[in-house]
Structures are given as structure tokens and as C-alpha cells.
Design a binder for this molecule. Sequence first.
Ligand code: AR6
Length: 360
Amino acid sequence: MPLKIIRNDITKLTCDAIVNAANPTLLGGGGVDGAIHKAAGKGLLLECMKLGGCKTGQAKITGGHQLPCKYVIHTVGPKWRGGTNGERELLESCYRESLRLALEYDCSSVAFPLISSGVYGYPKDQALKVAVDSITTFLLEHDMLVYIVVFDKASFQIGEKLFADIAAFIDDRYVAMDPIFRQTRRDECDESTVLYSAETVLPDEADQADQAVFPPDFAAEESKAAAPGSPDLKRVSLLSLKDVLNQEEESFSQALLRKIDEKGMTDSQCYKKANVDRKLFSKIRSNINYHPSKTTAIAFAIALELSLDETKDLLQKAGFALSHSNKFDLIIEYFISSGNYNIFEINEALFAFDQELLGV
Ligand code: AR6
């Protein structure tokens, strides 16, 4: 199951477990720790008092008390001391140990804040990379829906150079010119936008809310053909309409399965790399006429490492196109053109530019 980056207050999430960036006493503090204790009420503190603290890199679990989640997993991140004192290993261990506990307690969804990236001073871009890498490694072996919760815009930073490169790429190609976007730089982004809240990412709904536009405009053809005084034309046109309908074009689902075979991938390698949920993949596999959302279709193109032209072909089978008047499309084009098919890096960039993310 996939990894999602969302912007929200972690105390508001209804997933099975949320993770707390705690300190070794487990008795509360500032930052996300303070917010969690405040929202959970005194019961959480009382339960934490019985745990006997927690070492850096380790994790312990309690109930959610007055929070909407079932459990709180408390982990203690490393303090940043320049990066050469085992910080990365300890931070990886926080994610690994928290996910191990989530698994042990049968959680199917868990949400992490960016551990250590606040009071403990871990550089935010590096903290995010550790989070993404550790969670991705775990998800290769296990089924779970994992959220990284970013609290504010400033918490989320892709590298300055990458951001500048993408901005320049968009700027060079953007056709329907948006003067506001032309001036936009990272620190001018709208802080209040909640792009991808937990409520908007229910996998099934996301794909049912299909916005495909199917190209042949049959209704228009028919009305043209029915113009008064041209009965023959009407017959000819209706015949060709029938012909068109009879043309068996390869569907998105068929094309996808064929490409998976051609690339020598297994289904699970492909949907995991696409950050797509197994259930959704089964739907696509079992329904030849399945119409995916655009983000799902692109996620598969990325997983299959298709060229730009191949991507456009696959998208077209789902009724979509890539356009130069759309920031989202240009970012996708940027990554494909640079041969970077890492879906998590692409999602980090999409997130930084306030765009919808790929996969489910
Ligand atoms: N929801 C999601 N993320 C949040 C929230 C929230 N409600 N509040 C803050 N963040 P920090 P640390 C983000 O300082 O660096 C405490 O005092 C925040 O923007 O909470 O691991 C503990 O008791 C930042 O990106 O945790 C420890 O003493 C991230 O959560 C110490 O801080 C982590 O910031 C732990 O420091």
C-alpha cells in the first residue's frame, strides 16, 4: 500500500496510529509532542508515566485516549549534531521501530510527523528523505497505508536546485501564461493550502471520481449528419460512427498489462513502484474497461519508466493528455525528460508546487 504526503495537523487524523516525536522521558514537551498530549488529554500522560521512558531510535505504544486515532506510537528522534554522529541511522531506526509496532498492533494506517525536524534541528529536506526512504523500504515488504504529515509549508522543502530547475522548466514552456505563477518562488507559496488532506485520499473514491474526457465527440457527429437536406450524408456518417464504435482499440488496462510483461516486471513490482494500492491494481487487472484517474495513469507510466511519447500514448488510452498550459503536466514532463522515475521524488516536487500527487 502506498505512502502519501499530506499537509495537516496530525492530531486531527483518524488513522489507526499516529506517531509522536517525543523526548526520552515520554512525559510531553513542545512541538508535535505538546500538541498530541494536549489533544489526547491527561489519560495519555498517565499511561506514558508507566512506560519508563524510551531510548533514542526506539519506540513505545499507548492508546489514543481523546484523539481520533486508536494508538499513539512514541518515538525519540536524534538531536542533530552536524550529521556525523549516527543521526541518520537513529532516525531510520525511529521509522523502522514505529512501523514494527504498528504492524504488531495490526494497524492498517499510520501517520508520521517529520521526526527530529523541529526542536531537534534535523535539516528538513534530509529528514524528509530519511522518512521517505525508510517508509518505502518497509512498504516493499508490508501492506500498510503510511502518511507523512507536513504541518506547514516551511516544513516541506525539496532541494533548492531541484526547485529552481523545475521552476525554470515550467517557466520556459508554460503556454497559457499565468503572471502570478511567473513571479512565484518557494517562499511566496500559499501557506494555507491543504492540498491533500486525509479526507480527500480515499483510494476507491479517488479513482471513481474519474475525470477522463473521451475524445470522439459522437453526439456532435450525429447532429452534423442530421442537418436538413442531407439524408445521404446522415446515413454515411452513422455508418462510419458504427465503424468507429466497432474498432477495438487496446484499452488502458490491456496496454498497462502488456507493458508490464514487456518490461519483465511482476504486477506487484509495478504497482508498488507506482505507489498504487493493491486493491486498485486488482480492479484495473480485472476490468478491461477500467478508467483510471489521470494521477493513477501517470503513476503507472512512471513505474514503467516510459518515454514521453510512450507516456502520452498510455495516457491517451485513458482519455488524457499532457499539456503545456498545466503546471502538473509540466512537472511530470520535467521528470520524464530528465530520466528521473522515482515516484517519491516526483511527489515531493509536486507537493512543493502545490499539485496533486501521483498514485493513490
Ligand atoms: N502535526 C504535524 N506536525 C507537526 C505538528 C502537528 N500538530 N506540530 C509540529 N509539527 P518537533 P522533534 C511538526 O519539534 O524535532 C518536543 O519538545 C514540526 O513542524 O515536534 O523531533 C519533544 O518533547 C516539525 O516539522 O519534534 C522533544 O523534546 C515536526 O513536527 C522534541 O520536541 C517535528 O518537530 C522533539 O523534537
